[in-house]
Design a protein around this ligand. Sequence first.
Ligand code: ADP
Ligand code: MG
Length: 209
Amino acid sequence: LISFKNFTFKYNAQSEPTLKDINLIIEKGQKVLIIGPSGCGKSTLGHCLNGIIPNIYQGDKSGDFFIGGKDAFDLSVYDKSHLVSTVLQDPDGQFIGLTVAEDLAFALENDCVEQDDMVKRVTNWAEKLDLLDLLNHRPQDLSGGQKQRVSLAGVLIDESPILLLDEPLANLDPKSGQDIIDLVDKIHREEKTTTIIIEHRLEDVLYRH
Ligand code: ADP
Ligand code: MG
């Protein structure tokens, strides 16, 4: 599904490449952990996956990087949005709706999904992520762990084939972190979504397979 071959990327603002000779193959349905010290280029790899690079941050690349058989740098942000869903460490920056329900519905509204179908899908994902009781709450009023569950539901709802999480545990206490890892594991088993987790909290992330 995803393949990097001798892939090197240098930001325009940098004199040296941030990613050097990356060789990585991720098969459909795999769950992969990307780990490494701060500043080593994990988020840069994530930006390549979700299209932030080269659509927002530009630079020079060499080698190959394909997603689903297509040169990933040729895909637009729009194409990428249907391929890769991203959850970041700071859930507050990801909320759009005034209530949890509205926030979950956002992607569906953009895709002009019929109202009946929208209500069904919001209810379904709220149930999977244990958010049914919170649907009318403001996202800002939730705990850190609840916020990350809303972020997850908000990106899972459009059922993209690849789920990318960039340090999803960074703002969570250990217990909430483990709960999120548990949920990601459950969703991976149920939906078979290709899942890429970038984390440096090894002990929490290894709480599940
Ligand atoms: P990590 O996520 O592993 O902590 P990053 O991918 O965020 O690492 O950063 C790796 C390196 O890339 C850093 O040296 C950082 O300064 C550089 N970098 C990150 N984003 C940009 C950018 N938008 N422009 C130029 N350099 C960047
Ligand atoms: Mg990072």
